[in-house]
Design a binder for this molecule. Structure first.
Ligand code: UDP
Length: 334
């Protein structure tokens, strides 16, 4: 496998994957509508080696042509909208972009004879599981349209694979992706920015005067929510491991996390230590829809493919993210 299509390769996680694939010598084509991604990220990630095709996933004939033009052998599919709150207020946009977009991609792959895909799924497909850690066999009951839009894509993949024995896919269920490549040339640049680590670092930069801790009355050691943060480069490594292991007939599902839970207060504390800045934080109300704790059992992918997160240190993840934020306070400036 040499010619890879990365959908959403202009985004935060996708651009990290592009960087890794280009460094490994793959021929990388990026498909991105640049609605929320940054064209410049593709160049920075690949040193100009990856080609950017500005196209929308829902434009099936165009996607088919791109797959054929670049003789694509496998697809890594990151492209999606990913704000839980927005998915509640504008659900059809999520079903259209994420679910219908993925079905369109599958149709294009079918027409072009491309038989391998690694799909970005999410721990949001589990909803609020009754117990922790989360294992892949637990019931999937999303509590928001974002989670459903991803779960429906998993279902479409299963059914398509059932009808096409030469097809193979993996759905990777991400926990909280964090950090940046230590080179500091690519990173997270979202507008609006709602994720905890960027919020903490924007606060350190003085771009936000103070931040809010969304609830400190949860049943956790310090009362704040627990999440499983995974370094973006570990996550990307898992994609490469999975992609190279995929065979015809595979229907693989893996959690991608470290298996370690970290509280909101621990993230803020890591931010203070890494940046040496105050980071004023006040306790605010709970955010609707936040489960008290979510963390993975990442044992399945370790047992089956030998992948394990190398970075389990929240301070390291925050430090790598800080490398990007400090040097690029305006993000990509687009
Ligand atoms: N959080 C917070 N303040 C913020 C942003 C997030 O307290 O400004 C908390 C949020 O309630 C959750 C955790 O940080 O418990 C991680 O939130 P994030 O939005 O980064 O990821 P999510 O787990 O929602 O995907």
């Amino acid at each position: 496998m040499h010619n890879i299509l990365v959908t959403g390769g202009a985004g935060y996680i996708g651009s990290h994957c592009v960087k890794r694939l280009a460094a490994d010598g793959y021929s990388v084509t990026v498909l991105d509508n640049c609605g929320r991604g940054h064209a410049v990220a593709v160049d920075r990630a690949s040193g100009g080696k990856a080609r950017l095709e500005r196209a929308d996933l829902r434009d099936t004939p165009r996607v088919e042509a791109i797959l054929k033009d670049h003789a694509i052998e496998a697809v890594i599919h990151f492209a999606a909208l990913a704000y839980v709150g927005e998915s509640v207020t504008d659900p059809l946009r999520y079903y259209d972009n994420n679910t219908a977009g993925s079905v369109s991609l599958l149709r294009a792959m079918d027409a072009a004879g491309v038989k391998r895909i690694v799909f970005s799924s999410t721990c949001a497909t589990y909803g609020e599981p009754a117990s922790m850690p989360i294992v892949e066999t637990m019931p999937q009951q999303p509590i928001n349209p974002y989670g459903w839009s991803k779960l429906m894509t998993e279902r479409a993949l299963i059914d398509y694979a059932g009808a096409n024995q030469d097809f193979g896919f993996a759905a990777l269920r991400y926990f909280n992706v964090a950090g940046s490549d230590p080179d500091g040339v690519i990173g997270e640049d979202h507008a609006p920015e709602t994720h905890i680590i960027p919020v903490v670092l924007n606060c350190a930069l003085g771009k936000v005067p103070k931040m809010s801790v969304f609830g400190d009355d949860y049943d956790t050691p310090d009362g704040t929510c627990i999440r499983d943060y995974i370094h973006v480069n570990d996550l990307v490594n898992a994609h490469v491991v999975v992609m190279t292991a995929l065979n015809a007939g595979d229907q693989r599902f893996y959690n991608l996390g470290t298996g370690t839970g970290t509280t909101v207060m621990q993230v803020i504390e890591a931010g203070r230590e890494v940046t040496g800045r105050a980071i004023p934080a006040e306790i605010g109300p709970r955010r609707a829809g936040d489960p008290p704790e979510l963390y993975a059992d990442p044992g399945k992918i370790r047992r089956e493919l030998g992948w394990e997160a190398e970075c389990k240190d929240i301070k390291q993840m925050v430090a790598d993210a800080w490398g990007w934020f400090k040097n690029n306070p305006e993000g990509y400036g687009e």
